[in-house]
Write a protein that binds this ligand. Structure first.
Ligand SMILES: C[S@@+](CC[C@H](N)C(=O)[O-])C[C@H]1O[C@@H](n2cnc3c(N)ncnc32)[C@H](O)[C@@H]1O
Length: 241
């Protein structure tokens, strides 16, 4: 049997995510998409807890961060955000959850190869399939000039040690090529690809918010990228909507 093992970022690579740059957009989308609910709002891959902290302040629900990085969990605890070390692929399910959030984590669930990567990304969602709680997803969207090729090219470059070494060399001269995921891999998808993956995992995308288009530096156009943005989705287990 093939075991789908996640290729994980190092501590130094994860430390580049200790910021609150995306929280404002994520919290705005959450408030627009998620109706008031009871229960704990769980943030899977919630990092240092900025999203959870803000949602608790705005909605009054208790929150819980689950992240594999112990340093992130320590930083949550320092600021009074309940948090525990845990794996998105085998999450601690307590039974008090009102909503489960995945903010910019699914694209980090990568294995060696596309089929295994897809299985990991679906698996993280399927872990919550039987719990009837809505799922909030905020994810990077890479639309391409040619089908869905940009996300696959970025994965091929970032997952390969040789290609990422070349890209890292190029990044010395072309800052647009900088990536802290080199050698591990990152799997962005087009909007319709994420929608198909959600459906395959057994969820109905109930509502969507399309994010603002980010500026694309000219060298990145070599990867046939048409648009980069962050979209949010609210998913319901199929059959419960
Ligand atoms: C790009 S950061 C996103 C942080 C935050 N959610 C945000 O939107 O700014 C990805 C986070 O996912 C966490 N992560 C990656 N794989 C994980 C896994 N299998 N289980 C739990 N956390 C994971 C990392 O430690 C990191 O904190």
């Amino acid at each position: 049997m093939t075991v789908d093992t996640q290729q994980k970022l190092s501590q130094d690579q994860i430390a580049e995510f200790y910021h609150d740059v995306f929280v404002q957009d994520q919290a705005r989308d959450f408030s627009a998409l998620v109706a008031p609910l009871d229960g704990v709002i769980v943030d899977i891959g919630g990092g240092v807890g900025y999203f959870a902290e803000r949602i608790r302040a705005e909605h009054g629900n208790p929150v819980r961060v689950i992240d594999m990085d112990p340093e992130s969990i320590a930083r949550c605890s320092e600021r009074g955000v309940p948090a525990q070390v845990g794996d998105a692929l085998n999450p601690p399910v307590i039974g008090d959850e009102g909503c489960v959030c995945f903010n910019l984590i699914l694209h980090h669930l990568v294995a060696r190869g596309e089929a295994q990567t897809r299985a990991l990304q679906k698996g993280a969602l399927m872990a919550w399939r039987d719990h009837e709680t809505p799922i909030f997803v905020n994810e990077y969207i890479y639309q391409s000039f040619l089908g869905t090729v940009s996300g696959r090219l970025i994965y091929a470059i970032t997952a390969s040690r040789i290609l990422s070494a070349l890209a890292g060399f190029a990044a010395r001269f072309i800052p647009a090529f900088r990536a802290n995921t080199f050698g591990v891999g990152v799997r962005f998808r087009a909007h319709e690809e994420w929608m198909a993956l959600f459906r395959e995992a057994g969820f109905v995308p109930e509502a969507v918010r399309i994010g603002a288009e980010e500026q694309i530096k000219p060298p990145l156009r070599l990867l046939l990228i048409k648009t980069i943005r962050r979209d949010s989705f609210i998913l319901r287990p199929a059959g419960t909507a």
